[in-house]
Design a protein around this ligand. Sequence first.
Ligand code: A2P
Length: 272
Amino acid sequence: MTEYYTLTNGLQIPKIGLGTWQVRDEEEAVQSVVTALKNGYRLIDTAAVYQNEEAVGKGLRESGVAREDIFVTSKVWNADQGYDTTIQAYKDSLARLQLDYLDLYLIHWPTAGKYVETWKAMETLYNEGLVKAIGVSNFHQHHLEDILEVATIVPMVNQIELHPELSQEELVAYCKEKDILVEAYSPLGHGKLLDHPVITEMAEAKGKSVAQIILRWIIQRDIVALPKSVTESRIIENGDIFNFELTKTEMATINQLNTNTRVSADPDNFDF
Ligand code: A2P
């Protein structure tokens, strides 16, 4: 069902994945992962700070899908940033997930004074073959520039908040120029955009749901979409976006809805 992009190192990454932020209930986390994988998803996104890595790991195993066919992402939490602590945090995530490697490991936020050193640890994990790809999350252009000054490996991914009211055009263009694949978290604006009048009208005209229109808009921009849901029918609906296309005009209409409104913290102003 799913389609793939290719990272700079040749690794294939699904265009859509299941987000698991705020899925704290263990059974819910297990079931949402199982449901996603049984319905064609091949990318599962978690993080140490979500406190659901054990449950996500259980879901991976219960799904019956082969490990090598699944793309698993986790992230080093801010308190663990630094060289040795990042290496240890990676091993701790693997232990909780009961996996022997991750497909992608990300620096969760650009913690001041820490993320450049943390990137060095990410490079070590990659160079030692412990992880298949490395990247960052919540990085503005200036954070990426700091890393690029010292990096021997350019981050392969930048996972950022991105949805129709935060279209991130400049940052996406910068990432494209540097061959950094963008991933969109909170693609539905944390569910707040699902009654947007303009997208609702478009969805009705095309016989699709608002969520499907938004997710299609994201993948047509060559961005990975990571919608979160714990509801079976929605997980299925969100994955079912490979059998229709938005026209140039429809893409432009959604592009114009940007208001630079965030549902999560600004990477230039967070205190966690
Ligand atoms: P739930 O998990 O209860 O199914 P985002 O990914 O932008 O953060 O949005 C997640 C929110 O949107 C969750 O509250 C989720 O609810 C809801 N959601 C996800 N997909 C759909 C959908 N297809 N239709 C309606 N609500 C959805």
